[in-house]
Design a protein around this ligand. Structure first.
Ligand code: SF4
Length: 337
C-alpha cells in the first residue's frame, strides 16, 4: 500500500516494521537510511538535512500514479457503499482528481526547491531534477483514470456490491488520511515483537462472519512474472486480523481469503491463509526486525537511533539510482563520509 502522504505523527518513535520499509531496506540501505532517518543528517550538516527533507517529500510520476489511484479507488468505493456510484458522480471524482493533479503539477514545476519553506517542499521528482515532463501530465492523469476504469470493469465491483447489499461490514482504507492507530498490528501476543511497531493496512476488507474474512489490496507497481506463494504483505494483513480476533497467531477455525489485484491488468493473485503462512510470516517479521536492529545504536528499538550513515551501504545497481528521489542528498553525503 501507498506511502508518501501528509501523515499524522506516530505516537512513539520506536522502531517500526512495514512491508514498504523492508522493501526499501532490501532495495538500498542508503535509501532506507535517508528516508527513515533523515533527521539524523542534522548532526552531519544542516544544509544536507534540508536537501534530505526535500528529497524525502518529492515523488516520481510512478509513485504519483500509485498514490492517486489509491485516492480515486477509495473515493469510488465510498460512492459504491453509499449507492451513489452514478456515471455523473464517477466523472465528478475523476475530474476533481485531474484538476487537483494539474494544480499540483503546475505548483511543482514552478516551485523554487531551494527556498527553505518546509510546507512547500512536496513536488515531483522529475521537476526537482530539471526534467521536462510537460507532455506527461495528461498521460499520467489518463493512467490513473484508466486504473479506476479497469477496476470498475473487473469482477470485483459486482462482488463488492453484492457484499454491500447483504450488509456485510466492509472496510475501505482512507489513503488521504491514514490512521496510524488502526494500522498498528497488535504485537503484544508475540513476545519477540512486542518492542516494535508493526504497521499494516489493506486497502479493503470484509467480515462475512465472526470467523470468515476477505482481504483485498491493489497495486500499480510492476507485476511479478509469476506468483507461487501468497504475497508477504497479504500474510501480514491476515496476521493482523487474527491477532485482533484471537489474540494469538493461531488460525483455529478462522478462514481468511486474501487477494492482490494489479492495475491496470486486473490480474489477481490470491490464496486462503493456512497456519504455515502465519508461522512463516511471524518468523520472517522477527528476522526482518532483527536485521533492522543491526542498524541501530545499541540495537535498541526504543531509542531507534541509527548507527553512522557509513554503515548503510549504497546499492551497486546504477539503474536503481537513475530515478531515485534521494540521488542529490545521497551524492552530497559522500563528501562527508
Ligand atoms: S541514489 Fe542510489 S545509492 Fe543513493 S540512495 Fe538512491 S538508490 Fe541508494
Amino acid at each position: 500500500m501507498y506511502r508518501n502522504f501528509q501523515h499524522r505523527h506516530h505516537k512513539s518513535n520506536k522502531l517500526s516494521r512495514s512491508n514498504t520499509r523492508i522493501a526499501l531496506l532490501e532495495f538500498c540501505e542508503k535509501k532506507y537510511f535517508l528516508n527513515y532517518y533523515t533527521f539524523s543528517l542534522k548532526k552531519i550538516d544542516q544544509k544536507l538535512r534540508e536537501t534530505g527533507i526535500i528529497n524525502k517529500k518529492i515523488k516520481t510520476l510512478d509513485m504519483w500514479i500509485g498514490e492517486k489511484t489509491h485516492f480515486l479507488i477509495s473515493d469510488y468505493l465510498n460512492l459504491l457503499k453509499n449507492k451513489e456510484d452514478t456515471e455523473e458522480n464517477i466523472n465528478k471524482i475523476k475530474e476533481g482528481l485531474a484538476e487537483e493533479m494539474r494544480y499540483d503539477f503546475d505548483n511543482s514545476k514552478n516551485k523554487n526547491y531551494d527556498e527553505p519553506i518546509f510546507w512547500e517542499r512536496g513536488g515531483l521528482c522529475e521537476h526537482y531534477y530539471w526534467e521536462d515532463i510537460d507532455d506527461k501530465l495528461e498521460e499520467t492523469i489518463q493512467k490513473v483514470w484508466d486504473n479506476l476504469d479497469k477496476f470498475i470493469q473487473s469482477p470485483w465491483v459486482g462482488k463488492i456490491r453484492e457484499y454491500i447489499d447483504l450488509k456485510y461490514p466492509i472496510y475501505i482504507e482512507n489513503p488521504k488520511n491514514p490512521d496510524f492507530e488502526s494500522m498498528r498490528v497488535d504485537t503484544r501476543w508475540i513476545p519477540e515483537l512486542k518492542d516494535v511497531s508493526i504497521m499494516a493496512s489493506p486497502d479493503f476488507w470484509i467480515k462475512f462472519s465472526n470467523n470468515k474474512y476477505l482481504i483485498l489490496d491493489w497495486k500499480t507497481w510492476k507485476e511479478p512474472e509469476m506468483m507461487l506463494w501468497i504475497p508477504e504483505q497479504l500474510k501480514v494483513y491476515a496476521l493482523k486480523t487474527l491477532l485482533r480476533k484471537n489474540r494469538t497467531p493461531e488460525l483455529w477455525d478462522v478462514e481468511i481469503e486474501t487477494h492482490e489485484l494489479y492495475l491496470p491488468s486486473t490480474n489477481t493473485y490470491w490464496g486462503k491463509i493456512q497456519q504455515e503462512d502465519l508461522d512463516d510470516i511471524v518468523k520472517l517479521i522477527i528476522q526482518d526486525v532483527n536485521f533492522q536492529k543491526t542498524f541501530l545504536v545499541d540495537q535498541d528499538p526504543y531509542k531507534n537511533q541509527p548507527v553512522s550513515s557509513t554503515s548503510f551501504s549504497r546499492t551497486q545497481d546504477e539503474e536503481k539510482c537513475k530515478t531515485c528521489p534521494f540521488r542529490k542528498v545521497c551524492e552530497e553525503l559522500k563528501t562527508f563520509e
